[in-house]
Write a protein that binds this ligand. Structure first.
Ligand code: FES
Length: 385
């Protein structure tokens, strides 16, 4: 029954990993360096917090190929789990990937159970132990087909309760059979004990294993090709829907798609208000890009020149600019700007932060977003210290 009992878990993990892989491939923002949800931003965040940060440094230089690899791995793991093809290998892959994400993304989740990756890691373990359990499984189908093609006996062992055997065949009692009214025991009438037809010649199990391995390899290659085509189609559809995106050089400003649809040039500055410098004075710090890239009521992202962290600048009213480190203090996900609520919202566990102060409004984060000093120069550029 193990295969049937684990079927809901298998379906959930398979669908979730397929969805996660396709979503990454279809979302151009995942590969856009200046976007807070990009693989680059997540790697930079992990470099600061992960217990294995030393191992991650070289990966920063290959962030895009790594992102593609992770997405394809998720797709392959999900497809293998759903189809029951190399199911145990897929489960091991899922556990390894979840462990990697736990170490890099959600290691500091507090309490620990709010991080999804540790839950995924343990959810994979039953499938690592049982595989597909032979239920709705290409593994089982291909193995059986190979045995039949080779003329071998079916591999299934069917347990029959002893009570059934006794009921059908009678009980032995001092050499006599109760079913035969005390006549000497004779197995012939009993379907379980009667002599079997001659067995087909026994094939070497190793030979069968090799044939099964080859058949499953061909099936895996076909499924992999289908997954690649599906992933490619998802990536193309994502780019068509979201437009092509070229990563702007950091620390340049990149308007968030969730912001106000049309950037507005600040034309008037509140007297004595806003964050602009005294007239004519160029503020200290690194130029991020034109202030017009930040829509009024919206946000733009940049990488903090001081720390390299993904960061967000908002313009709550014309001419007022506020900037915050976008790394969520809870477990290091990158927060996003919600233009309707005027809050920063963390996509991982739902923490919300005040849009003007960065203070926590809703946990589980315990502390607020770190502010970044920012000012608009007379040249219309934003400068971060
Ligand atoms: S990482 Fe958990 S709420 Fe942000």
């Amino acid at each position: 029954m193990a295969g049937w009992a684990l079927l809901p878990l298998r379906a959930f993990l398979g669908i979730t990993f397929c969805f996660a892989g396709l979503q990454k491939l279809a979302n151009p923002a995942f590969f856009e360096a200046s976007n807070p949800i990009s693989i680059q931003a997540q790697l930079h965040g992990a470099l600061r917090r992960s217990p294995v940060h030393a191992l991650l440094s070289p990966l920063v230089h290959v962030a895009v190929p790594l992102g593609v690899l992770i997405a394809l791995a998720e797709l392959a793991i999900g497809a293998g789990t759903l189809l029951g093809l190399w199911a145990r290998v897929a489960a091991v892959g899922g556990a390894v990937l979840s462990f990697f994400l736990f170490l890099t993304v959600s290691f500091h989740s507090s309490p620990y159970y709010t991080g999804a990756d540790i839950v995924f890691l343990f959810a994979w373990l039953p499938l690592v132990l049982t595989g597909s359990g032979g239920v709705l499984s290409l593994d089982a189908y291909l193995a059986e087909r190979t045995r039949r093609a080779a003329g071998a006996e079916p591999s299934a062992v069917v347990p029959i309760p002893f009570a059934v055997v006794r009921r059908v065949c009678g009980a032995f009692d001092a050499g006599r059979c109760t079913m035969r009214h005390g006549a000497p025991c004779e197995p012939a009438p009993c379907p379980f004990l009667a002599a079997r037809p001659p067995r087909p010649p026994r094939l070497a199990e190793r030979e069968l294993d090799r044939s099964t391995f080859t058949t499953k390899g061909v099936a895996a290659a076909a499924a992999g090709l289908a997954a690649l085509v599906t992933g490619g189609a998802a990536a193309a559809a994502g780019r068509l829907a979201g437009g092509s995106s070229t990563a702007p050089s950091t620390p340049g400003l990149s308007p968030r798609r969730t912001g106000s649809p049309s950037p507005t040039t600040p034309t008037s500055r509140p007297p004595g208000g806003g964050s602009g410098p005294p007239a004519g004075a160029k503020p200290p710090g690194t130029a991020l890009g034109p202030a017009t890239a930040v829509p009024v009521g919206g946000a733009a992202s940049f990488n903090d020149p001081a720390t390299g962290d993904p960061s967000l600048v908002v313009q709550p009213q014309s001419g007022t600019f506020l900037a915050f480190d976008a790394v969520c203090p809870h477990a290091g996900c990158t927060v996003e700007w919600d233009p309707a609520a005027k809050f920063f919202v963390c996509p991982c566990h739902g923490s919300e932060f005040n849009g003007r102060t960065g203070a926590v409004e809703t946990g589980p984060a315990a502390t607020g977003l770190a502010p970044i000093a920012i000012a608009e120069g007379p040249d219309g550029q934003l400068y971060a210290k």
